[in-house]
Ligand binder design. Structure first.
Ligand code: F6P
Length: 489
């Protein structure tokens, strides 16, 4: 097999994450790789399509004991620019590790929603076992090049760095933590917090979205281990090894969004969306249907707005796109029902029978063209997360608004608020405050919209996805390591 770009002596990038850019579907005994949607996949895929390498991930298949090591496949189909190495899980492992430890313990804990946490020993045991599986898969693809870089992602795989370090003491290991890292005294609620910290200390470099998360992580490290920490330089000395710790918020493929926003078909679709809503002003929300995103709070704020300012009734619509997610987890089903109930309640109370409907709700996943068309159709984007690692939707909206119009209303509890200073900040916990901020956004003069967007666009453009991954991998690149872009096959 001719492989995209790596000669034998070149180092390869090995990305390791729970979910990858492809999931496998079996049809007529054939395995079809299908693109997945999600922030992590879209941030990482350009790295591998440009530079080649391997992506180790679970590809959506369960209970395949006969194929213990999973499939290795060149992708994108027909181009084979990098390899997928599948990790297979049993249904029980997936339930306890993904639904259990990842999404019922770590996810709510890191978002500081501790009432939602469930800590169970069997969750933890499955988490350890699955992390060992991923580490083994990484060990198995490791051939002879000591300069290969392992880049591990997210809270699902925090133990992999240390497992890998035991097997390959000189490995170059980087880690990116995609969700918030909570204050140390919150993190310590987790009965296995020390083991998570120890796992992460197996890497050479670790990055988070914000400086606050970095400081929280360093506090947690110093609580458990007598390490030397140079906070200013972002450096830990742990057992004679340097670990670089940095704040590097994920960037987006800025030019791609700009191009889509200029595409006549996408622009026509944006017009169509506007017309179909029949509103003078459109407020947009695009979120995974997750309890961290503050969707009920946003609907309550909408009710407040229409109650306090009846002049908006029939003239303004909130278009809420709720992307299906984590369907197997009970809490997500409860949230879906709650959101549907609130949508009905707001519409029942404030629909005038003519003009725009207060809330349009769609439970759907959009492709990028459709997403950008929605960004272009809106006057205001609402990002009202109760807590969010970063929020890429905010960045995508900014990049798409090539016309310089539009207002971003952003929760201060989303990591993106640190970077996106031109946004209108709004506390989502108080509906009447949020309603006031939405009103301000709806009435913002064009000149102010433009100047705010200009400064936002500058940040999103300069810290794009390339900036992100290059800075992440800088500490683990040796002076001899060069990545050569693919020339095609
Ligand atoms: O934000 C963290 C994250 O894991 C992203 O990487 C991912 O896009 C999202 O949450 C949803 O994750 P999943 O569907 O894999 O649980």
């Amino acid at each position: 097999e001719v492989f995209a770009l790596q000669g034998k002596s070149n180092p390869q990038i090995v990305v390791i994450s729970n979910r990858g850019a492809y999931a496998f579907q079996e049809r007529d005994r054939e395995l079809i790789p299908k693109r997945t949607v999600g922030g992590l996949a879209s941030a990482l895929e350009p790295v591998l399509t440009d530079y080649g390498g391997t992506w180790i991930s679970w590809c959506g298949r369960l209970d395949k004991p006969d194929l213990e090591r999973g499939i290795r496949l060149g992708v994108p189909p027909g181009e084979s620019r990098y390899h997928i190495q599948e990790v297979l899980l049993t249904r029980e492992e997936h339930d306890l590790y993904y639904h259990g430890f990842c999404n019922a313990a770590l996810w709510p804990l890191c978002h500081q929603l501790t009432d939602r946490c469930s800590f169970q020993k069997n969750y933890w045991e499955a988490y350890r076992k699955v992390n060992q599986k991923f580490a083994r898969a990484a060990r198995n693809i490791k051939k002879e090049n000591p300069r290969d870089i392992f880049w591990i992602h997210d809270f699902h795989l925090s133990l992999v760095p240390q497992y890998l370090r035991h097997q390959l003491p000189d490995a170059r290991i980087a880690f990116f933590w995609h969700i918030p890292f909570p204050p140390a005294d919150t993190f310590h609620i987790l009965p296995w917090s020390r083991q998570i910290i120890y796992g992460l200390l197996g890497c050479n470099a670790i990055a988070f979205h914000t400086d606050q998360y970095v400081q929280n992580f360093l506090d947690a490290v110093s609580f458990f281990y007598p390490v030397t920490i140079f906070r200013e330089q972002g450096l830990i000395l742990f057992r004679n090894r340097k670990i670089y710790v940095q704040a590097l918020p994920v960037g987006i493929n800025y030019h791609h969004f700009e191009q889509l926003a200029a595409d006549p078909l996408v622009r026509a679709r944006a017009q169509e969306i506007r017309q179909s809503l029949g509103a003078e002003k459109i407020i947009l929300g695009v979120d995974r249907l997750d309890y961290t995103k503050g969707i009920p709070q946003r609907l309550q704020a909408m009710a407040c707005l229409l109650e306090k300012y009846p002049g908006y009734r029939g003239r303004v619509t909130l278009l809420q796109i709720a992307v299906p997610t984590r369907n197997g987890i009970g809490e997500y089903g409860v949230l879906k029902k709650e959101v549907e109930r609130l949508v009905g309640e707001v519409n029942g109370r404030y629909d005038q029978g003519q003009g725009a409907i207060p809330v349009r709700y769609r439970h759907v996943s959009l492709d990028q063209e459709e997403l950008v068309a929605h960004y272009l159709a809106a006057d205001v984007l609402l990002v009202t997360a109760l807590r969010d690692g970063l929020n890429l939707v905010a960045k995508e909206f900014v990049a798409s608004r090539i016309d310089g119009r539009g207002v971003l209303v952003l929760s201060p509890f989303a990591g993106a608020a640190r970077e996106l200073q031109g946004a209108l900040l709004a506390n989502p916990y108080e509906p009447s405050h949020l309603a006031t901020r939405i009103k301000l956004a709806l009435e913002m003069p064009l000149a102010e919209q433009k100047s705010r967007l200009e400064s936002l666009r500058r940040v999103v453009r300069s810290r794009d996805v390339r900036w992100w991954w290059q800075n992440n991998l800088k500490p683990v690149k040796s002076p001899y390591t060069t990545f050569t872009p693919a020339t095609g096959m």
